[in-house]
Design a protein around this ligand. Sequence first.
Ligand SMILES: Nc1ncnc2c1ncn2[C@@H]1O[C@H](COP(=O)(O)OP(=O)(O)O)[C@@H](O)[C@H]1O
Ligand SMILES: [Mg+2]
Length: 343
Amino acid sequence: MTSATAISAESLVKTFGANRALDGVELSARKGRVLGLLGPNGAGKTTAVRILTTLLRPDSGSASVAGHDVLTEPNAVRRSIGLSGQYAAVDENLTGRENLYMVGRLYGMNRPDARKRAGELLDGFQLGEAGDRIAKGYSGGMRRRLDLAGALVARPPVVMLDEPTTGLDPRGRMDTWRLIAELVDDGTTVLLTTQYLEEADALADTIAVIDHGRVIANGTSNELKALVGGERLELVVDEAAEMDTAAEVLAGIGTGTPRVDTQSRRLQVAVNDGSKSLVEAVRWLGESGIEVHDVGLHRPTLDDAFLSLTGKPTEVSGNGATAGAAGSEGLATAESGERGGRQ
Ligand SMILES: Nc1ncnc2c1ncn2[C@@H]1O[C@H](COP(=O)(O)OP(=O)(O)O)[C@@H](O)[C@H]1O
Ligand SMILES: [Mg+2]
């Protein structure tokens, strides 16, 4: 790890009984950047965060945060981080202001400093007016914001946010995104876990896709999208009986095997030469007497990448029923991505 690295993890393994929650996880985040840890429910995100925040010991492997080893220098790690957990850690019987003041005192601030910092954060998180009310009456979004503010009291260089927007309404989610972006502008390193692709896409400089305790892909949003290949040609046929023929035609035009969704009668294939392939597909299908609609080209989204990598669409609560088939070391190739994504 270099001095430009703020978070790193090597070969982290953690088992709970027979369940391998982490199965050799590697992570790396550069200082001042956002690392997105993206994966479905049960993937191992919270377990990784708990190890990186010294709340849990790995069975094997190593990790360091802000230059300190989580196993041998846990106190130094704790001093360097702010944590906002998946379930907001707010004392319901205190006001918002008292909650933040208390955190400041816990971090060793003197009374005036702790009071001043609480006020700043309440204002910054749009809690100024609610600050003197008991937190019990706060909405879910307000609790989340208060919890996030609590993670920032001591101005830690590294902040870990475990699913910061889960359960928030769209407005609360946008507010949180803005706050995270501001943090990063100030030079903070952020580890963010999420189940939402658009969140990783919007906030993270690099994304580690995690599934079944393994990092199955790693890279920028654009690199992950590139895993599924270039543009995709997509169309819907009128009749279910025409799908096999249409798939054959597309196989001749595209690169790789067409993806066929029998329910919606939608077919999709990766193509090299977008518009030329489009014209060709329409002509060939016309000559075969197949009528198509909704025909078009689209650039791969992070959703396509996720589907290709894990073999399942996003926002499915993964119960381990479908195993990811893609390569598990670093960047999977487009080819292995295709294998994983075939339906
Ligand atoms: N304290 C625990 N005891 C037993 N199993 C656990 C514990 N914490 C997590 N697990 C299991 O480890 C796996 C990963 O969980 P978790 O890290 O919470 O995933 P995520 O945060 O991505 O939803 C899951 O199968 C979960 O049931
Ligand atoms: Mg979790």
